[in-house]
Design a protein around this ligand. Structure first.
Ligand code: PMP
Length: 368
C-alpha cells in the first residue's frame, strides 16, 4: 500500500504514446509539438563532447560535477558552492520539497503553475496552497498573480514555487513586480523561481531572478539544459542559491545523479554561444510567426516568452487533437492542467510549423 501522501498521486501522463506514433509515422514523418523540445538540436560541440564521453562509460561520473559547476559559476557570476546539479531540473524541484517541506509545512504555488510543484509538495506530505491565477482576460492570461500568491503565504509556508516564464501558460511576470514580491516574503520562506524557459525570454520587462540572489538568502533559481540547450534527453538541470541553501540541498542528492555524458555535453554546450544565439533567434522569430498565423485563423493565443504557445481551441480541443494526430502532428491538450479548452503547441522549426498550419487548414476545410 502506498504511503498516505502518495495514495492520491497519479503517475506522469505523457499525453500521447509517442513511441507508437513514431513507429506509425516512420522516417521522421511525425511532427512532434507536444513536449516543448528544441527542434534545432544541441550545439555541434555538445554532440562531439557527448560522443567523446562515451569512451568513459565504464566509469562513474564526477560525483560533484566540478567542471560543469565551475563553467556555470563563471557564466552566472556566482561561486561554484552556490550551484547544485540535478538529473533534469525536475529532480531538483522534487528535492527542494524533500529537503525543505514535509508534514505540517505549507507549500504555495499558482493555479496553472508547472505540475511538478504539486507532486513534489504532496509527495512529502506538505499542505499545498494554490493561489488563483490571473483571469483569462488579463494582460497575462492565467499567469501568476503575485499578490494572490503573497496572500496565500502563511506562517507555516516554507516553500513557494513560481515559474518565470510559466509552463503551460507561456506567461511571465515583470522584474519590478517580482522584486517587490520578494521583498515582502518572510526570511524563512524559500522562494523557488523555476527559470526553465528564461533563455527564450526577450521581453523588455522580463528579467531573471539571478540578479536578486546576493540580497536574498531565501531565493532559489532553477534552470535546465533541456530547452534552449536542447539536451532534454541527457537530463541536466541546476539550481543556484546561497551556498548555505545549496549545502542543505546537497545532503539529499544522489551521489551520481548526473551522468558523465550529460556533464560533458552540458559543459560543451555552454561554450557555444553562437549556436545558442542563432537557435534562440530562430525560436523567437518562429514563435511570433506561428502566433500570428494561429490568431489569423481565429484561435486565441496567450502571450509567450517560451518555446511554446497556449492556444484556445475551445470546444474543438479533442477534435483538433485527434485530427492532427491522424495527420502526424502531435500537440498537447491541457485538460490535465485544468485547461480543457486549451492545447499547448511547441514552436517548431519553419517546416514543422508549416505542417501544423497546413493540417489545421485541411481540418477547417473538412468541416465546412
Ligand atoms: N520547469 C518547467 C517550467 C518545465 O516546463 C520543465 C519541463 N517541461 C521543467 C521544469 C523540467 O525540465 P527538466 O527536468 O527537463 O530540466
Amino acid at each position: 500500500m502506498a504511503a498516505p501522501a502518495v495514495r492520491y498521486l497519479q503517475p506522469y501522463d505523457p499525453g500521447h504514446d509517442l513511441v507508437a506514433l513514431r513507429r506509425r509515422f516512420a522516417a521522421g514523418g511525425l511532427v512532434e509539438l507536444g513536449s516543448n523540445e528544441n527542434p534545432y538540436g544541441p550545439a555541434p560541440r555538445a554532440l562531439a563532447a557527448a560522443a567523446t564521453a562515451l569512451a568513459e562509460l565504464h566509469r562513474y561520473p564526477d560525483p560533484l560535477g566540478g567542471d560543469l559547476k565551475r563553467a556555470l559559476a563563471t557564466k552566472h557570476g556566482v561561486d561554484a558552492s552556490q550551484i547544485i546539479l540535478g538529473n533534469g531540473s525536475h529532480e531538483l524541484l522534487m528535492q527542494l520539497a524533500q529537503t525543505f517541506a514535509g508534514s505540517g509545512v505549507d507549500v504555495v504555488m499558482s493555479q496553472f503553475g508547472f505540475a511538478v510543484y504539486a507532486i513534489a509538495a504532496r509527495a512529502v506530505g506538505a499542505n499545498l496552497r494554490v493561489a488563483p491565477a490571473l483571469p483569462p482576460e488579463a494582460r497575462m492570461p492565467r499567469g501568476h498573480d503575485l499578490d494572490a500568491i503573497a496572500a496565500a503565504i502563511t506562517p507555516a509556508t516554507r516553500l513557494v514555487y513560481l515559474a518565470n516564464p510559466n509552463n503551460p501558460t507561456g506567461t511571465w511576470f515583470a522584474a519590478d513586480a517580482f522584486a517587490a514580491f520578494l521583498a515582502r516574503m518572510p526570511g524563512d520562506t524559500l522562494v523557488v523561481v523555476d527559470e526553465a524557459y528564461a533563455e527564450t525570454a526577450d521581453a523588455p520587462d522580463f528579467a531573471s531572478a539571478l540578479s536578486l540572489l546576493p540580497a536574498h538568502r531565501n531565493l532559489v533559481v532553477t534552470r535546465t539544459f533541456s530547452k534552449a540547450y536542447a539536451l532534454a534527453g541527457l537530463r541536466v538541470g541546476y539550481a543556484i542559491a546561497h551556498a548555505d541553501v545549496i549545502g542543505v540541498l546537497e545532503r539529499l542528492r544522489e551521489s551520481f545523479n548526473v551522468n558523465g555524458v550529460a556533464l560533458a555535453a552540458a559543459e560543451a554546450a555552454l561554450g557555444d554561444d553562437d549556436w545558442l544565439r542563432e537557435t534562440l533567434a530562430a525560436n523567437a522569430a518562429q514563435r511570433d510567426t506561428l502566433a500570428a498565423a494561429l490568431r489569423e485563423r481565429g484561435w486565441p493565443v496567450s502571450p509567450s516568452q517560451t518555446n511554446f504557445l497556449l492556444v484556445e481551441f475551445g470546444e474543438h480541443v479533442a477534435r483538433v487533437d485527434q485530427a492532427l494526430l491522424e495527420r502526424g502532428v502531435v500537440l498537447r491538450p491541457m485538460g490535465g492542467y485544468g485547461l480543457p479548452r486549451c492545447s499547448r503547441i511547441s514552436v517548431g522549426n519553419a517546416a514543422q510549423n508549416r505542417a501544423l498550419l497546413a493540417a489545421l487548414d485541411e481540418l477547417a476545410s473538412d468541416s465546412v
